[in-house]
Design a protein around this ligand. Structure first.
Ligand SMILES: *Cc1c(COP(=O)(O)O)cnc(C)c1O
Length: 414
């Protein structure tokens, strides 16, 4: 149902706060100027209370068609039945025995991930940034063992690898390099999709190259065909590790289980997150035999590999890795691409970029925030990845009726 159309709100939703407060007096003390939360982002005032598949509802009962899905997290949609079932069952069986004891879901998920990726061993973490930290540590350890202490990692401009100190340093956001100085040392930045720049940056201190197969947060930047393969060749020539951050592109998002499969490369290390947990905090680092060099004591974490999360991951992986499921992503992705391409012509936008069910619309002007706010008022959640880029990350289970509805709500907002 569409919310009543009012003049374009300057913020996401104006006037909603008063309604929530009157509907629920206990909330009347919660307002933006005296929030119990540390400010990290400008949230709309609506409070989300329920989700199902492609839809989200707030406390007032307003329905939203969700093309953000927790930032490409709810791969199977909100509250996917198999996720809820596994959580209910596992929560009554075993939550956290200890990371120093085996549990069955962790072993099975690791087994499945290495079988499906062609890699050798996995380690689980609670967030993507933490998985990337592990990948960085693994590379540094490998450099100590095999490359006389080489430790630098080549990463790219406009990259996003997370928000811990090391992953912020690895990311390619210029603003971040000044934020929490002193920075973690050991990252060399080169332009994305530029093989020559990578080769030029290599010296004996370099141990690895780390990139996203498609830059997600950076605005869905798809490199030229051959870029990833070229990186693999450069890595082989110079005895470096190739680390692919598949936290956003992995688990079906780009139309294959892993994005690296489309480029026909064999990375040494991949990191996964987001879609792997389908809404619960789960991430992983998976490494080849050559790169998997940790020994006891090198890594750990209280909740790493806990059965509550890994049981969910196993169920998600079993669903997404099915050929029919991946085919559905490709078919829906083609429809989404075609529809967006029509809008490019009609509105004279610049271009559409993406793969599978990860797409971006490059606008001609910096109007992404304004359009996003209008879409919100029209009951559609989309993400302004950049001032002039809109990003779309629907549930991998999105259907053609929902895509039609998406285009209606988007058109009303453009
Ligand atoms: C989201 C994301 C991360 C960080 O994951 P968190 O779970 O937020 O720590 C890292 N890399 C990429 C490519 C991402 O999209």
């Amino acid at each position: 149902m569409l919310t009543p159309q009012s003049p374009i709100p300057t913020q996401f939703v104006s006037g909603v706060q008063a309604d929530i407060a009157s509907a629920n007096p206990s909330l009347s003390s919660i307002n933006a100027s005296a929030s119990p939360l540390m400010p990290i982002t400008n949230r709309p005032e609506a409070i989300m209370s329920r989700g199902s598949g492609s839809y989200l509802w707030d406390e007032r009962g307003t329905q939203y068609l969700d093309f953000i899905q927790g930032w490409a997290v709810n791969s199977l949609g909100h509250c996917a039945p198999e996720v809820s079932e596994v959580l209910a069952k596992q929560s009554q069986t075993l939550l956290t025995p200890s990371p120093a004891l085996h549990n069955r879901p962790q072993l099975e998920l690791a087994q499945q991930l290495i079988a499906l990726s062609g890699l050798h061993q996995a380690h689980f973490t609670n967030s993507g940034a933490e998985a990337n930290e592990v990948a960085i540590k693994l590379a540094r350890k490998w450099g100590q063992l095999h490359r006389q202490g080489a430790y630098r990692i080549i990463t790219t401009d406009n990259a996003f690898h997370g928000r811990t100190l090391a992953t912020m340093a690895a990311s390619g956001k210029p603003e971040w390099q000044k934020m929490y100085q002193p920075n973690i040392d050991g990252f060399l930045k080169v332009p994305f999709d530029d093989l020559g720049a990578v080769t030029a940056a290599i010296d004996p201190s370099v141990v690895a190259i780390m990139v996203e197969p498609i830059q997600g947060e950076g605005g869905v930047v798809v490199p030229e065909t051959g870029y990833l393969h070229g990186l693999q060749e450069v890595a082989q020539q110079h005895n470096l590790l190739l680390i692919l951050d598949e936290i956003q592109t992995g688990i079906g998002r780009t139309g294959s289980l892993f994005a690296f499969q489309q480029a026909a490369v064999k990375p040494d290390v991949i990191t996964l997150g987001k879609g792997l947990g389908a809404g619960v905090p789960l991430a992983a680092v998976v490494a080849s035999e050559r790169a998997s060099c940790f020994v006891n004591g090198d890594q750990g974490g209280t909740y790493n590999g806990n059965p509550l999360m890994t049981a969910v991951g196993l169920s998600v992986l079993n669903t997404v890795s099915q050929a029919e499921f991946l085919h559905h992503i490709q078919v829906m992705g083609t429809t989404l691409n075609q529809g967006l391409t029509k809008r490019v012509e009609h509105h004279r936008f610049k271009e559409v970029r993406g793969r599978g069910l990860l797409w971006a619309l490059q606008l001609a002007e910096p109007k992404a925030a304004e359009i996003t706010a209008r879409a919100f008022a029209n009951g559609l959640l989309i993400n302004p990845a950049k001032p002039d880029v809109l990003r779309f990350m629907p549930s991998l289970r999105v259907n053609s009726i929902e895509l039609e509805e998406f285009f209606q709500r988007l058109d009303a907002s453009l």
